[in-house]
Design a protein around this ligand. Structure first.
Ligand SMILES: [Zn+2]
Length: 211
């Protein structure tokens, strides 16, 4: 190859890499970040029951489905530990799915009724957690931007302790009255919260690339 032709070859190769191959590779990387979403409870385990029609497992599933939509909008791949509020899945099996789905993060969704009529999104991580602390902080920042009350706590919970990826429980706190839970049943609020969670995950992986 002539010297001049050699330079032409190198230049064209660089041009190809920058304008054609690179955007393609970046798009591929973004779509390979996988979030495993775990709708709390299910089947014979309804979680908290406000009334026959209003049960934790159903509300958690609605949030899980909305979160998946918002994450897909941001370019994530999503998996569920179970697709229906009618199916019962053991905690061990939920955690195993992290490896099966090759998930990069695990988000479990619950509603925890307390005697106080609190309307806070509580973000829980394992009491032994040393790796995921950044994830709840990122989620919290995005929720606060939407004027949603949030708190971060540590808890002794099976799915958080044995998770093999950064794991957070999104715990919608409320009172035991029907009026109190209706705060979280509002579709606009659900979308707003899930959009904020998706944004928090996007920023987290921007700062902590998976590979
Ligand atoms: Zn629960």
């Amino acid at each position: 190859m002539k010297f001049q032709n050699y330079f032409k070859f190198v230049f064209l190769t660089l041009l190809f890499t920058l304008f054609i191959a690179l955007p393609f590779l970046q798009a591929q990387t973004a779509s390979t970040i996988t979030i495993l979403i775990d709708p709390g409870h299910g089947g014979k385990d309804p979680g908290y029951v406000w009334s026959a029609d209003v049960q934790e497992k159903n509300i958690a599933m609605l949030y899980a489905q909305e979160l998946a939509r918002q994450l897909q909008n941001q370019g994530f791949a999503t998996h569920f530990t179970h697709q229906s509020a009618d199916s019962f899945v053991r905690l061990e099996k939920r955690v195993k799915k992290i490896d099966q789905a090759r998930a990069d993060a695990f988000i479990t969704i619950h509603l925890n009724p307390t005697t106080a009529d609190s309307q806070t999104v509580e973000l829980l991580i394992s009491d032994q957690d040393t790796t995921s602390a950044q994830l709840p902080r990122s989620l919290q920042a995005a929720l606060i931007e939407q004027n949603i009350n949030t708190s971060i706590s540590k808890a002794k919970l099976f799915v958080l302790r044995y998770a093999t990826a950064p794991a957070v429980m999104v715990n919608l706190r409320c009172g035991k009255s029907a009026k109190s839970v209706s705060h979280w049943q509002n579709a606009t609020r659900r979308k707003q919260i899930c959009q904020a969670l998706a944004l928090g995950l996007t920023r987290f992986f921007h700062e902590n690339p998976v590979r």
